[in-house]
Design a protein around this ligand. Structure first.
Ligand SMILES: [Zn+2]
Ligand SMILES: [Zn+2]
Length: 259
């Protein structure tokens, strides 16, 4: 069984895998087949065991060639100019999708509509994305969820990043750890202009010493400007983390890069 068969991740050790790599489409098609029988989550067409029908699945927005440090589109998947000029605190960043229609609607249904059934789909897509790391790139020692502000978790009833992180840990075989906390509740980033987001979340996180000495992947549902994940990564590094990866289900593209 190929390790790219998403329902059968044998372990997190893909580094030495030298076999043929199926296309992103094939990987996506496989994960679509993992859901329970239902109608398509996007167009409601009957689709047997698929979460979304084949046509919708093929149309989900993906970033074919991404900068390894910020997950934004970059020619040849090289480090982009912005990251060369101002390196982010991430050793690597991965996003399964671009945050664009109709994936944005699916994430909103998950976050605000309580559609927990989508969490498996997102986790499998993210796990497939992080498995496509360059040969020789070490896997993280642990996965942590980006902590949601307490107020928002109370209002929503569940923590979407933790739901995804738990599933990703199970699929990839990377241990899930606690130890990353908010030091204060910040105004929702979505309510702020992009320029103010970095200031809003600066110093908003603290990491426990238990994360020290480890390479940590921080999981979030959407990576928008990256400011929140960067602030959390800074806290992990301050606690002695030896490297931080940003793992997001979807990456928001700057206006100039909209698909
Ligand atoms: Zn459909
Ligand atoms: Zn970049």
């Amino acid at each position: 069984m190929s390790p790219w068969s998403l329902s059968n991740f044998p372990s997190a050790k893909f580094n030495n895998f030298a076999g043929p790599r199926p296309s992103a489409w094939l990987a996506l098609a496989r994960l679509c087949q993992r859901a329970l029988p239902q109608s398509c989550a996007l167009c409601a067409a009957p689709c047997g065991s698929l979460l979304v029908c084949a046509a919708c699945c093929a149309g989900l927005p993906r970033i074919a060639s991404a900068c390894p440090l910020c997950a934004l589109p970059a020619p040849g998947a090289a480090v982009c100019g912005a990251c060369l000029a101002r390196p982010p605190p991430f050793a690597a960043a991965f996003a399964a999708f671009a945050y664009a229609f109709p994936l944005d609607r699916m994430l909103q249904a998950f976050k605000y509509g309580g559609r927990l059934s989508h969490a498996d789909f997102f986790a499998e897509a993210l796990s497939a994305s992080v498995a496509q790391r360059p040969v020789g790139t070490p896997w993280p020692d642990a996965v942590v969820a980006l902590p949601l502000a307490r107020e928002r978790q109370r209002a929503r009833g569940f923590d979407q990043a933790a739901e995804i992180a738990r599933r990703v840990a199970r699929i990839t075989g990377v241990t899930m750890m606690a130890g990353l906390h908010r030091t204060r509740d910040t105004p929702a980033q979505a309510a702020l202009p992009w320029k103010e987001r970095a200031r809003n979340v600066r110093g908003a996180f603290a990491a426990e010493p238990s994360l020290g000495g480890r390479r940590i992947a921080i999981v979030d549902d959407v990576m928008t400007t990256g400011a929140t994940l960067a602030s959390a990564a800074g806290a992990v590094l301050l606690a002695g983390g030896v490297g931080v990866e940003a793992w997001a289900v979807a990456r928001t593209l700057p206006p100039a890069q909209l698909l």
